[in-house]
Design a protein around this ligand. Sequence first.
Ligand code: ADP
Ligand code: MG
Length: 695
Amino acid sequence: MTQIPELFGSMVFNDSVMKSRLPKDIYKALKKTMQLGTHLELDVANVVANAMKDWATEKGATHFTHWFQPMTGFTAEKHDGFISPAGDGTVIMEFSGKELVRGEPDASSFPSGGLRCTFEARGYTVWDTTSYAFIKDGSLYIPTAFCSYGGEALDKKTPLLRSMEAINKQALRILKLFGSKAKSVSTTVGPEQEYFLIDKDVYLKRPDLVYTGRTLFGASPPKGQELDDHYFGAIKPRVAAFMKEFEEEMWKLGVTAKTKHNEVAPAQHEFAPIFSTTNIATDHNQLAMEMLKTVAGRHGLACLLHEKPFAGVNGNGKHNNWAISTDLGQNLLEPGETPYENAQFLLFLVAVIKAVDDYQDLMRVSVANAGNDHRLGANEAPPAIVSMFLGDELTGILDAIESGAEYHGPDKQPMEIGVTVLPHFPKDTTDRNRTSPFAFTGNKFEFRMLGSTFSISGANIVLNTAVAEILGQFADTLESSKNFNADLAALVKKTICAHKRIIFNGNNYADEWVEEANKRGLSNLRTTVEALPAFIAKKSIDVFTKHGVFTETEIKSRYEILVEGYCKTIHIEALTMVDIVNEEIIPACVSYQNELVKLLSRKKSAGDFDCTMEERLLTKISKLCTCLVKKLDTLDAALLKVGEEHEAIAHAKLYRDVVFAAMNELRLSADQLETCVSKKHWPLPSYGEILYSVN
Ligand code: ADP
Ligand code: MG
């Protein structure tokens, strides 16, 4: 087997490849563009493109593609060959700087939320030099941002890069006040990704999984996750083989795949890389989600990334571990050793606290979709209420600062910012509360509300922008300060006092918390439909436009895409249910009842036999079937009714209150039928067969 260090990054046009393949001056010019975002001259781009092509073709690549992240949540790619006619009937392999830097895909069929009419179909892709090109499936992939001809962002990368720039700018203002020599600041992310692995043959027998990614029917199996025997359990050989290949693919692409384990639900697993800069982490997470599915296919498996593939067992989440670092390698969320470092840490800490409190609704928006509605607040994931966990020690310190009282740590002393050293608090004590939506875990925050299908871009756009806004406010105050230490201390104290309502160290799954949060005035936006309007509220438009992350038009178009996405998801689920009931469940009930009726009449004509079982079963199934078809009618009617509503959010509300409600009713009857119709007749693999399909 190839050694991992050799394998790692072998398909990436990374810094070491650039260094060895580019002339010195070209390498320098490219690095400057990568680090400072300066314009890349065409003659430089030409040399880089040629070197990339030579490198890629040596590794067997024949094509290149601009790889981008449209609003579908998936990635998009269109491949062009390197071939170019030489004029004598032969071809040469060519790749120009122009082709590297900019592409013009026909963008008409991507969601744009009205930003681009189809007759102005041109959009363009621009190379994101901060993310390395790589080779996959015989093509050179160039990570790009995707914009409309008018310059509006049509993707998930552009605003993320803008939000990183926003936090860079504001954080540097603060660092300057502390005398830091840092030249740039970026956020770092390590996303933990949950998924299910099931047998492909079983998967293909479930049209609901194929069309919607989740099961729309299915009675509970006798054994689910009650015994907690799957979490961190021994990994089965077939899964282990899958994980090994998946990791190797990730390593080749330069993704630092690090952690793997079994998760809580049967057939559920988790993957986590080592953290990296946010836009790289985002690109890599997109690649990982795709690769999980691809490699699963090679192993006769299907990978389910849906937020809630199965009712009654845990769904799939994604934990977004987030921190802020400088180019000097300092993590600004790491409590330091000296009073000076502590003061700076405390300021960044309270900035995050204020940002989360002030922009809790936007954080909620960033994790809203139809799939995640099944998880948030369902005792397997945090509730729909955004709050923060800091742990007892750190909360104790903040309390002491707020009240001016002595901190009851090991050596009792008043906490004086900029003078006293923070008492040491052990990191592991900050990681105990797994119910918190946004937990401080020693030197980073873990945002745990994301659903597993999400691009992590959205959550990080909100986090970066909100924290940039607060850091900007702090800088405004402190830059004009005459007595820095005193004003800093006052600012920290004031911020704790005004925003401590967002801190909650207790059990977020408890009903009492919902009540308590309500008393504290925290939002509880239970569903996507309740959450999304916050995105187009004045407060949201103000903060995003102020920091140049979104224009107002971009926000409104994205809002439209999100609302529409919600409606379409439910619509497809409803149609799939109707199909399955008509084409599979009803025929199954018919044939089973037919058998029972035949048996009953034969028994009756053969003699005086007891027919209680046949009669009871027939009565029960007949009644349930009557219910089933009535509920099917209700769902059909609901689908007609929603068609009459054209206002976006009202439309979405109808989907939630009328269509989704009717779907749940229909499912109840079908699931009851599953428990009385014989296995031989029931068309869909059961939950038990799906969840325990991989050995
Ligand atoms: P768990 O939450 O399961 O206990 P870990 O604490 O080991 O997991 O880390 C989870 C993720 O957090 C990993 O991807 C890790 O690389 C990431 N992480 C660690 N430090 C940072 C940081 N400074 N910034 C962003 N992510 C980080
Ligand atoms: Mg975690």
